[in-house]
Ligand binder design. Structure first.
Ligand SMILES: [Zn+2]
Length: 184
């Protein structure tokens, strides 16, 4: 912001607000609205307002990124939980001929949720919806195999579904904020 009206050629000058080149016949910058022919006070006011808006945009982006990371961590925790569940099931049912039928779905869930956690940085909502669908499908299939569900399993399933629904909710919130503020 050195020279207020330094023209780079005869009929063009550089806007002090956004540094775009504009014709000298304009009163306001066509790009950012800076009052090129306004008083020094008007110009200073414009710049200070613009800086304030830039700061809030940065803060907002940071907040959105924080929520995205937090949501992603939920998927990682669930991934760890599934893998742990698979390992526990393996040791509990080691001598059962159906051991792999129980362990493999757990491990698949673990790996898929790990990938979802990774992708959720870019596609938070899609990842949570996919995670919820997959989890419900696996549980429904499991329910057909052993319909006698005990209370602890039921509570765990309900909690995981609850976490995924909460993730979907915050992902929708994140999308809304992003759309409103043109954050990509
Ligand atoms: Zn401008």
């Amino acid at each position: 912001m050195e020279n207020k009206t330094a023209p780079s050629t005869e009929n063009v000058l550089r806007c002090d607000g956004c540094f775009t080149e504009i014709g000298t016949d304009y009163i306001y910058c066509t790009n950012c609205g800076y009052p090129i022919k306004g008083t020094a006070a008007e110009q200073a006011k414009f710049i200070s307002q613009k800086n304030r808006i830039d700061v809030t945009a940065v803060e907002l982006t940071q907040r959105v990124n924080k929520s995205i990371n937090k949501a992603g961590r939920t998927l990682y925790y669930l991934s760890g939980l599934f893998i742990l569940g698979g390992i526990i099931a393996f040791f509990k049912l080691k001598d059962d001929p159906d051991v792999l039928a129980v362990v493999i779905p757990y491990l698949i869930l673990g790996v898929v949720f790990l990938l979802l956690g990774e992708y959720s940085k870019k596609h938070t909502l899609a990842c949570f919806i996919s995670g919820l669908c997959l989890y419900v499908i696996v549980q429904v299939l499991d329910l057909f195999q052993n319909p006698d569900l005990n209370l602890i399993s039921f509570v765990i399933i309900a909690l995981i579904i609850g976490f995924l629904i909460m993730g979907i909710k915050s992902a929708i919130e994140i999308e809304k904020i992003k759309k409103h503020n043109n954050i990509s």
